[in-house]
Design a protein around this ligand. Structure first.
Ligand SMILES: [Cu+2]
Length: 435
């Protein structure tokens, strides 16, 4: 076997241009949001990659740098793109302070290549390089992550995507104009600190797409009428209902590969459960700026305190001065909702992402976390992924303020035939094991 391929290290957090293959079988490359695809070398017909597991510093948003573990300079690691039928050899060098492995999530492969440390292979000790080798047997969207000290290593950001493109025209896989992919991942990072807490099970506070939070997640920029595929994998500890505005989409692929067309139905939200992959597809036939986000409202926020009482409707006005005599920094929050937080330049600890920022042409979006914008433009060139800027709304197409007279409210009267609910409780009788 020839020498180890030189590892390629990525220093940028920007969305890299698609990696067009110049060796091996041809395919239409994907675009990884705020990520990149790993170059390979051909060695006697085998596609060889070199992954380096190592500590990295990931800029989660400008000014917010986090000590993570990842691959080849970033978390997540690079996307690996191969073609159905490719013989693949992956060298994994472990530069972590502890042992690791890589599990190739979703793939058909020999059991000894599946990467569960202790079960399928000895762990890769710190400082050593192991070799994985298998054929990419079926096309689809996959992931990779350690199966060694998993709680710690995944909480630190070790994960990546894998796309196996079809070898020939596949009856269940369309040719698309744009093919995006990203992972859902989450961290628990105390405001002001630089390293994720690794024992957290549910109470995460940094909800990311590819280890970035809105407004630091790049937008998905497409041309009007493009056929668009978006591949999403979930390596957090909870599910994420991913919602796209303005269009319906089909789920054209899952963990099991492409879905037969007869099983598809239109949706505007698809839930991506833990450990799952979903591929959605649509024709981008509505021009504009369209939100795409996780529909759990706490996941479109950055670091925040959860132990805050609801103050909506509480009038503090008589109280503030008295409280401020005892606690001069006391500030009223939330008595009219929390939308002010989107614009407020509140002092926050160093190295923390603001809770919800990002501004559009009409003001603050009051969003953070798992949110970005799907931009559909008539004049976006094929192959151009750059941000076209704010949408220019045609005159008369934006919601506007009513300035006429407000009529007096009239009380609705119940004229229907429905009878009021019967408040008498009916107790079940006859069976005791009722639950
Ligand atoms: Cu979510």
């Amino acid at each position: 076997m020839a020498a180890l391929p030189e590892p390629v290290i990525q220093t940028s957090v920007n969305t890299a241009a698609p990696l067009v293959p110049n060796t091996g079988r041809p395919y239409n490359p994907v675009v990884t949001l705020n990520g990149w695809s790993l170059p390979w070398r051909m060695n006697n017909g085998v596609k060889e990659f070199h992954l380096v597991a190592e500590p990295v510093v990931r800029e989660v948003s400008p000014g917010f740098k986090v000590n993570m573990w990842g691959y080849n300079g970033q978390s997540p690691g690079p996307t690996i793109e191969v073609v159905e039928g490719d013989r693949v050899r992956i060298f994994v060098t472990n530069k972590l302070p502890e042992h690791t492995t890589i599990h190739w999530h979703g793939q058909r492969l020999p059991s000894g290549m599946d990467g569960v440390g202790g079960l399928n292979q000895p762990h890769i000790p710190a400082g050593k390089t192991f070799v994985y080798e298998f054929e990419a047997r079926r096309p689809g969207t996959f992931m990779y992550h350690p199966h060694a000290d998993e709680m710690v290593q995944m909480a630190m950001g070790m994960m990546g995507m894998w796309v196996t493109h079809p070898k020939n025209k596949h009856p269940h896989i369309s040719d698309v104009d744009r093919d995006f992919c990203f992972l859902l991942n989450a961290f628990d990072i105390e405001p002001g600190s630089k390293t994720p807490k690794i024992n957290t099970m549910l109470d995460f506070n940094i909800w990311c797409w590819n280890s970035r939070v809105f407004p630091a997640i790049d937008t998905l920029n497409v041309r009007l009428n493009d056929r668009v595929r978006i591949r999403v994998g979930n390596l957090t500890m909870t599910n994420h209902p991913i919602h796209l505005h303005g269009h319906e989409f089909l789920v054209t692929g899952t963990d099991g590969g492409p879905t037969p067309p007869s099983t598809r139905w239109y949706e505007v939200t698809t839930d991506v459960a833990v450990g799952q992959m979903r591929q959605i597809e649509l024709i981008a036939d509505e021009e504009g700026d369209w939100a795409i986000h996780c529909h759990k409202s706490h996941h479109t926020m950055n670091a925040m305190g959860h132990d805050v009482p609801t103050m909506i409707g509480v009038d503090h006005r008589g109280l503030v001065n008295k409280i401020q005599r005892a606690a001069p920094d006391y500030m009223v929050m939330g008595e009219r909702g929390m939308a002010d937080m989107g614009e407020m330049q509140m002092p926050i600890p160093d190295n923390t992402a603001p809770m919800m920022t990002g501004t559009g042409q009409f003001g603050a979006l009051e969003m953070g976390g798992m949110f970005t914008v799907f931009k559909v433009r008539k004049d976006q060139k094929l192959g151009d992924y750059s941000d076209p800027g704010h949408y220019k709304f045609p005159p008369g197409t934006v919601a506007y303020e009513w300035t006429g007279a407000a009529p007096a409210a009239t009380r609705a009267t119940n004229t229907g035939s429905a009878t009021p609910a019967n408040a008498t409780a009916v107790k079940p009788t006859g069976h005791k094991g009722h639950h």
